[in-house]
Design a binder for this molecule. Sequence first.
Ligand code: FAD
Length: 498
Amino acid sequence: MATPALGQDPDFDADVIVVGGGNAAFTAAHAAAMRGRKVLLLEKAPRDQFGGNSYYTAGATRIAHDGLDDLSDLIESDPRHPVTTVPPYSEAEYAADIAKVTEGRNDEAMTKVLVTEAADGLRWLKSLGLKYRLMYERQAYAREDGSYLFWGGLHVGNVGGGEGLMQDHLVVAEKLGTEVRFGQDVCGLLVDGTGAVVGVEVRANDGTVTEVRAESVILAAGGFESNARWRQEYLGDGWQNAIVRGTPFNNGEMIQAALEVGAARGGDWGSCHSVQWDANHAENESNRELTNRLTRQSYPLGIIVNNRGERFLDEGADFRNLTYAKYGKVILQQPDSIAYQVFDATLRPKLRAEEYEMPGISEVVADSVEELAEKLGVDASALSKTVEEFNSSIDTTIPYDPNVLDGRSANVVPPKSNWAMPLATAPFYAYPVTCGITFTFGGLKGNIDGQVLNEAGETLPGLFVCGEMFGGLFSGNYPGGSGLAAGVVFGRRAGSLA
Ligand SMILES: Cc1cc2nc3c(=O)[nH]c(=O)nc-3n(C[C@H](O)[C@H](O)[C@H](O)COP(=O)(O)OP(=O)(O)OC[C@H]3O[C@@H](n4cnc5c(N)ncnc54)[C@H](O)[C@@H]3O)c2cc1C
């Protein structure tokens, strides 16, 4: 029997409509369905492209915990566990990391909720059927004695990465009786005479608009990173040229719809999460096959130069999780918005395999720094000077250890504060990178239960927000793994109330 058209199904009178089809949307849907609410989830993407940015992730999720023993009920077992150390990561450290990277511009109340509820949120999702593991390949370097030491506060991820996460979410939603509809372009909100939100408008391919009603609407439709015009308007000139790492469907349309019914803007509309991204791969935008493999995150081991052959940032300023999300912007600001990560033969085997062994990777290899420069079209004497000055400025009395902030610095301008190793052994490798935008930090204003607020700070009855669309947690930078964690925590809260 054909599925009845939206709004015309007498047997499906939804209590709660969830708009979006990523991690936050599904989490909210599960929480509402667990309370016996009839949930209708409307995802804009067709089924074969569903899952939003969440699908493109590595599934890395930042939670507070007390070390490996504490995590044992959450993660899948692994033969490496007996030789693994996972340093505890407290709620206070989590909150301090958010405050540090945002330079104190984070919403304190939201931060407190996030850091105290993220671990419990994952355990709850696990009880529903999601699966988690320790991320050896991303967050620990194997030591010579065969042991592993995790670093950076980000240790847990979904089995199967973002793809596994979203497939698991879909199975849970079906099990809980949520009606999931794909290819639904929600374009507006319905408001009654009292100002309460009572449903949504959905636009069909032929342009006709259908009204679908429910008691509550939860918005989980992402940021506006896929909208080049909004990027230019709100993030600044040049951002229209950034490459979209994830879904092409997050264009801010539902943010606009909420503003039109009186919602207030929340968070920092002038900044976003952006990273170093393969500059020359022919299909480096919204690529569902390669997803996160197009990112280039082993830069703390080497150096980064622009097309003048000059370094321009501190590659070792902090653990990668705490710097990577702000360095895309710095690359965007370089001449031609391009830069090159440079390594030598000693460093090359330490690069993250899933990214640097990517099929079709943009890679340049040469037997000397001069030859590398020529192949890149960079001034050879400038690049040689940069490498020589860097090599000769390293404090080699300090032992090198990529698992800790080792303080082994290169005292040049700008400095490299940790993990400085001379680039001295041929062959030399360069990876061209440009700016890949991940998600925008600005969205709607809400309270800690995800109830949407107006400019006066009053709730808009019937309207909730979660995920990327909920502004306030991040600004300028972001600690890796907190996007999925935020979707879990605030999605669960919204779904528990809607
Ligand atoms: C390549 C990449 C790697 C990442 N890696 C990580 C990681 O490992 N860990 C981490 O924490 N974060 C990571 N992030 C960030 C993370 O993806 C986001 O923080 C998180 O997934 C946001 O979840 P969300 O549900 O709010 O949004 P999304 O997952 O983007 O979902 C938004 C949904 O809304 C739908 N939608 C949009 N407009 C409409 C509309 N008008 N009508 C109906 N539906 C609509 C979209 O189709 C989409 O399904 C990564 C992002 C990318 C792009």
